[in-house]
Design a protein around this ligand. Structure first.
Ligand SMILES: NC(=O)c1ccc[n+]([C@@H]2O[C@H](COP(=O)([O-])OP(=O)(O)OC[C@H]3O[C@@H](n4cnc5c(N)ncnc54)[C@H](O)[C@@H]3O)[C@@H](O)[C@H]2O)c1
Length: 328
């Protein structure tokens, strides 16, 4: 049994669940933090958490990172090897509806985690940033060194702030901080507010799917297991005192939204009813990652094609929601 203690915030979330599962299987002591909020179906979060709770080396703390005192209690008198911070108000579109939630969770919450870990002498901090930070960048593939000073919604603005906050703490307190710009993560146990989930649900239910920007969106879709493999390589790497680093973590391939929809239809053996809509305010039009930096420093290689990844999602979705493909 690996005795290293790791704190994962957002452990009942989509990516946090998959990462926690991998670390638990590898024998790490995982302390998972999540407030199980109702941004989307709480049952999905509880079901993920139930699987994690089957492992003896998992400790779950239902707390809110906005509450500094609760966080302090969790860190107290524990030798934490590293903190992986995934808890956040996610979602681009919701940031136009409830911007305050992003300030509360992603700015105040982020600060609470950062300040608590430094007071408890944690030297390795890995946190989630986003590809949305590149905004309306016209050059592709997207490189970490590109200017990211022009976010096009508050979600990206809060994530950019996180990168800057981490850099200052890295400098002041000699903490290795590693920000990962995730590119559209998808896979089993995925988020109900994201395209793959919504499209699958509506196609199976015979309802139309909303296709924004008349289907002209292009995304670098990244399978969740590839993300987890990448984070794991960073965790086990023994280099210390790296300062503050930022990496893209994507699949490195661009896929049009229409191709993605065709793949979903093929797997469901059912055509979608489509509603073509105009570009939504705040939506990024195209993402495509350059992941050479992460390959160079951590030997990161994504290996799941979008064809395989979509199939794996559907293979999870159908039994989880007890749909019968042939009946629909
Ligand atoms: N999924 C993607 O495609 C994607 C892309 C870019 C960035 N990200 C980032 O990756 C991280 C994980 O994303 P995800 O897709 O797993 O999202 P998710 O919403 O499934 O997971 C986040 C988890 O954090 C928890 N949480 C939120 N606020 C909290 C608070 N104040 N206190 C305690 N727990 C809180 C939620 O309950 C949830 O379980 C987020 O920071 C997100 O912004 C995700």
């Amino acid at each position: 049994m690996n005795k290293k203690k790791i704190i994962i915030t957002g452990s009942a979330g989509f990516i946090g669940f998959h990462l926690s599962l991998k670390l638990l299987k590898k024998g790490y002591q995982v302390i998972g933090i999540d407030n199980l909020n109702n941004y989307y179906d709480v049952k999905l979060k509880k079901d993920r958490n139930k699987i994690l709770k089957e492992y003896k080396n998992y400790i779950f703390k239902k707390i809110d990172i906005k509450n500094l005192n609760e966080l302090k209690r969790i860190f107290k008198n524990k030798k934490i090897y590293c903190v992986i911070h995934l808890a956040a108000q996610a979602g681009v579109r919701y940031s136009l509806i409830n911007p305050k939630s992003y300030i509360d969770n992603n700015i105040l919450g982020f600060f609470n985690v950062l300040d608590t870990l430094r007071k408890n002498n944690v030297k390795k901090f890995i946190y989630a940033s986003t590809s949305s930070i590149y905004g309306l960048q016209k050059k592709f593939p997207l490189k970490e060194k590109f200017n990211t000073d022009n976010p096009i919604q508050l979600y990206a603005a809060t994530k950019k702030s996180n990168e800057v906050m981490a850099a200052s703490y890295s400098h002041l307190y000699k903490i290795s901080t590693i920000g990962l710009r995730f590119f559209t993560v998808y896979g089993p146990w995925g988020r109900p507010d994201m395209a793959l989930f919504k499209f699958t649900k509506n196609i199976l239910g015979g309802k139309p799917i909303d296709i924004f920007n008349k289907g002209q969106h292009v995304r670098d879709f990244t399978y969740v297991e590839d993300i987890v493999k990448g984070i794991f390589k960073i965790i086990i790497n023994k280099k210390i005192n790296l300062g503050s680093r930022i990496y893209n973590i994507g699949n490195g391939k661009k896929i049009s939204l229409m191709k993605y929809i065709e793949l979903i239809e093929k797997n469901l053996m059912k055509k979608s009813k489509r509603r073509y809509l105009s570009l939504q305010k705040g939506d990024v039009i195209k993402t495509h990652s350059d992941t050479r930096l992460l390959k160079k420093d951590y030997n990161y290689y994504p290996s799941t094609s979008v064809e395989n990844g979509v199939q794996k999602f559907i293979e999870w979705y159908i039994p989880y929601f007890k749909y019968n493909k042939k009946k629909n």
